[in-house]
Design a protein around this ligand. Structure first.
Ligand code: AMP
Length: 291
């Protein structure tokens, strides 16, 4: 595995890679969710590239940028064991956003809802860094997790609108044994908060069982999930959404597919999770697998 600590080193290493190249962008402090993407890129592509960069432009001034957990040595060992060929881990934010930086990629429409409504500049930061990384790494396939479903939809839009010749692969959410979706932010949870956190998965299970019992009212599913989450004294609901997976508009009636998304604060930690109805349906109808 080779490590690039600057853009020029990354460009040099990229030239020698066999294609197709699979790319896994991350913010580091890796866990099994990230590694599932890295292993898949290694398995399905001739070369696998990962990036580790806590992207400051996707955090608002009130968010956890400074506190975001970091452990580069551990991350590199994990990526090496997953078969990654090249890791891009820039030494500083200025390597990516030098003084005078002024170019932004803004995806419209779906970025205004859900995470975008709660975190107004978040997706501009995500789309900008991902577009920059796509131009540098020039992958044929990019691997993202369904854990961040709206982000995957934004990247799908970005790829289509800017004609990136990249296949988007959205991989399933990897969970702890008690159902909590793995996340670098789970380390913020105190032991008592950690015990409360699987409430998100229980709410998604409830959505799936309501759907299986024939419930098709978006309002009813939202209100039953909200009640389940509010029953936990540590949980503060930011949103419960039952939306069209293409437009993210809230559904009155659940049609052929729906994206059920949650954002919940447990103490100071904001957790997100989601499932697609009917249970087991892919998030993207078009590009779902990389064969
Ligand atoms: P992050 O480091 O949080 O920016 O995440 C990097 C990539 O890993 C994104 O595509 C995430 O959706 C994905 N990811 C994060 N957590 C999980 C998980 N529990 N299961 C699968 N993919 C994940």
């Amino acid at each position: 595995m080779r490590l690039a600590r600057s853009i020029s080193e990354l460009r040099a290493l990229r030239t020698d890679l066999p294609e197709p190249v699979g790319f896994v962008p991350t913010m580091g402090f890796l866990h099994e969710g990230h590694l599932s993407l890295a292993r898949r890129a290694h398995k399905e592509c001739a070369a696998a590239v990962a990036s580790i960069f806590v992207n400051p432009t996707q955090f608002s001034p009130t968010e956890d940028l400074a506190a975001y957990p970091r452990d580069l040595d551990r991350d590199l060992a994990m990526l090496e064991s997953a078969g990654t060929d090249v890791v891009f881990a820039p030494t500083s934010d200025a390597e990516v956003y030098p003084p005078g930086y002024a170019t932004w990629v803004t995806v419209g429409g779906i970025t205004e809802r859900l995470e975008g409504a709660s975190r107004p500049t978040h997706f501009r930061g995500v789309a900008t860094i991902v577009a920059k990384l796509f131009l540098l790494v020039r992958p044929q396939r990019a691997y993202f997790g369904q854990k961040d479903a709206q982000q995957a939809l934004v990247i799908d839009r970005l790829i289509a609108d800017l004609n990136f010749p990249i296949e988007l692969v959205v991989a399933p959410t990897v969970r702890e044994p008690d159902g909590l979706a793995m996340s670098s932010r789970n380390t913020y949870l105190s032991p008592v908060e950690r015990r409360a956190a699987p409430a998100l998965r229980r709410a998604l299970d409830l959505a799936e069982s309501l759907w299986q019992d024939g419930e098709r009212s978006g309002a009813e599913i939202r209100s039953r999930l909200t009640a389940l989450l509010r029953a936990d004294p540590l949980a503060r609901v930011d949103y419960v959404s039952v939306a069209d997976p293409d437009t993210l508009e809230e559904l009155e009636t659940v049609g052929p597919r729906a994206l059920v998304s949650l954002a919940v604060r447990i103490g100071k930690t904001r957790l997100i999770d989601n499932t697609v109805l009917p249970p087991g349906s892919p998030l993207l109808e078009r590009r779902t697998s990389c064969s």
